[in-house]
Design a protein around this ligand. Structure first.
Ligand code: NAD
Length: 508
């Protein structure tokens, strides 16, 4: 077997012996898992049919009746054991992420570490699903607020974080007493099957013989089944703004609940007082890490005019040293894009930059590292362009960085906020007034606002998400768990009369 970790992760039975070309990826009855590193077909996987989907929903609804009464600290214990299982399989699962998605080995391992971290967070949370007691205006009454699970939580995930995003949702949803149905990206199915398989092992070891999590395979159509299905009590959807619009309108038609984590268009403001070395490292990693395929990737640098020339020279020097190639080789900085369509959208954006008056400080193009000719490798680009150009308003999921000048901090913040997306933002400054202004009500309009840290990446302890076209959802840490539960306000009368609220009299 080519990849021994398939066996270690228990997913070897999903692999077909026959190989086919990447063009065969989309077939009606199966999907192919293709490594963007070298175009290698890893597996052919059957697509879930509608009757199979309906059957899965029936099973999950009946599991929910059992799982919701399993005490939450005991649910936490299952998640604790899942965290241990992930620790044991971190190297193999991380490698699978790298092979199937194309990110570096370190980043693949980092994703699994995020899964472990959210498991730890969820274990603690399982004993802290706190409600409130509230003073009643009526004598001999008291009020309570309790949190109950919702039912089936649907999770639609994107290709670029094929395991971490699911775990941010699923680990929290599960300790809250929900059951989960996962529709992963059709481009990273093996990652999903491996996560599910490891969870199944934990359930088997604990004699839990009903499914609390299931995976369906499919593309947009399967995602739309979840969106239209009233059995899905919360749909958490991560992906492009286009997907989010479609999903939100379908869920809206049935007045369901949705949690959206959509496109970013993240900027870093570099001020005259910034520590330039720190800013350089943060900007370069933010722009080219994961080949620019992070929702938090740095897309725009807003640089003060007085340091613009100097800083862009440093950027150009840093880009000249970047090595593009096999992400499994630790000496490489940049791996491939996910597929051919991603390469084509990269080229379309390069054309648009020129048409809209931009000029390249670092030129782009496709490259073919020896032995990896069937992979999807492109050069990272730096383009100088007006902040108002149309191309700057949109997210291209590739290593394309726009640079622009500013004169006043007000102007910098205005540029930062001028796009439709609102996920991550950063300011590089040692001036306390500037940093305070950036995080004030007049500052960044994003869900994430960083000072002297780049836009890219986040810790699980905070609530993660963004505003405007990024969708407004929050997941992972802080009190994001409340989205996965329904709040019940309870009033208890321990007296002998029924006084009405607001002093209303109703004598009979
Ligand atoms: P995508 O929108 O193409 O697909 C994401 C998921 O949605 C996939 O599972 C896909 O099958 C499904 N899907 C697509 N169209 C659908 C529809 N009409 N109805 C139902 N389901 C549908 O996104 P992608 O290319 O996989 O991922 C890249 C995008 O995801 C980028 O825009 C990135 O910024 C975003 N993203 C956002 C976050 C975040 O937390 N904000 C995290 C990761 C990725």
């Amino acid at each position: 077997m080519k990849h021994s970790f398939f066996q270690n992760l228990g997913i070897d039975n999903h692999l077909s012996k026959t190989a086919s070309s990447p063009d065969d990826r989309r077939k009606t009855d199966y999907l192919s898992s293709v490594s963007p590193i070298d175009g290698d077909v890893l597996a052919h996987l059957p697509v879930t049919s509608r009757p199979e989907y309906d059957h899965t929903i029936t099973k999950l609804n009946s599991s929910f009746a059992q799982w919701r009464v399993f005490p939450s600290p005991k649910r936490g214990e299952i998640i604790r054991q899942y965290g241990l299982k992930l620790r044991k399989h971190k190297i193999d699962l991380g490698r699978l992420v790298s092979v199937e998605m194309g990110k570096s080995l370190q980043e693949g391992q980092g994703e699994v570490q995020e899964m472990i971290d959210i498991c730890d967070f969820a274990v603690g949370l399982s004993r802290q699903l706190y409600g409130k007691t509230i003073a009643s205006e009526r004598p001999q009454h008291h009020m309570l607020e309790r949190w109950h699970p919702l039912g089936i939580v649907g999770i639609i995930s994107a290709f670029n974080f094929p395991v971490a995003v699911w775990s941010w949702n699923a680990m929290i949803a599960l300790v809250c007493g929900n059951v989960c149905l996962w529709k992963p990206s059709e481009k990273t199915l093996l990652c999903a099957l491996a996560c599910q398989q490891l969870l199944q092992e934990v359930l088997d070891e604990n004699n839990i013989n009903y499914p609390i999590s299931a995976v369906i395979t499919g593309g947009k159509e399967a995602g739309q089944w979840l969106a239209a299905d009233p059995n899905i009590r919360l749909l958490s959807a991560t992906g492009s703004a286009t997907m989010g619009r479609n999903v939100a309108s379908r869920v809206g038609e049935r007045l369901g609940k949705v949690l959206l984590e959509l496109s970013g268009n993240n900027a870093m403001i570099i001020t005259p007082s910034a520590n330039q070395e720190l800013a350089l490292t943060a900007a370069v990693f933010g722009a080219v890490g994961t080949a620019g395929q992070r929702c938090t990737s740095t897309r725009r640098l807003i640089i003060h005019r007085s340091i613009y020339k100097d800083f862009t020279e440093k950027l150009k020097n840093a880009y000249a040293q970047l090595r593009i190639g096999n992400p499994l080789d630790k000496s490489m900085h940049i791996g491939p894009l996910i597929d051919r369509e991603a390469v084509s959208s990269y080229h379309k954006t390069l054309d648009a930059i020129l048409q809209q008056g931009g000029q390249f400080l670092v030129e782009g193009g496709t490259i073919n590292p020896p032995g990896l000719e069937k992979g999807f490798y492109v050069k990272p680009v730096i383009a100088e362009i007006s902040p108002e150009a149309e191309v700057v308003q949109n997210e291209t999921f590739a290593p394309i960085l726009y640079v622009m000048k500013y004169d006043t901090i007000e102007e910098a913040i205005r540029y930062q906020n001028s796009v439709n997306q609102g996920l991550s933002s950063a300011i590089m400054t040692t001036d306390v007034q500037e940093s305070e202004r950036f995080i004030s009500v007049e500052g960044s309009d994003c869900g994430i606002a960083n000072v002297n840290i780049g836009t890219s990446g986040a810790e699980i302890g905070g609530a993660f998400g963004g505003e405007k076209e990024t969708g407004g959802g929050r997941e992972s840490g802080s009190d994001a768990w409340k989205t996965y539960m329904r709040r019940q306000t309870i009033t208890i009368n321990f007296g002998d009369s029924v006084p009405l609220a607001q002093g209303i009299k109703f004598d009979i």
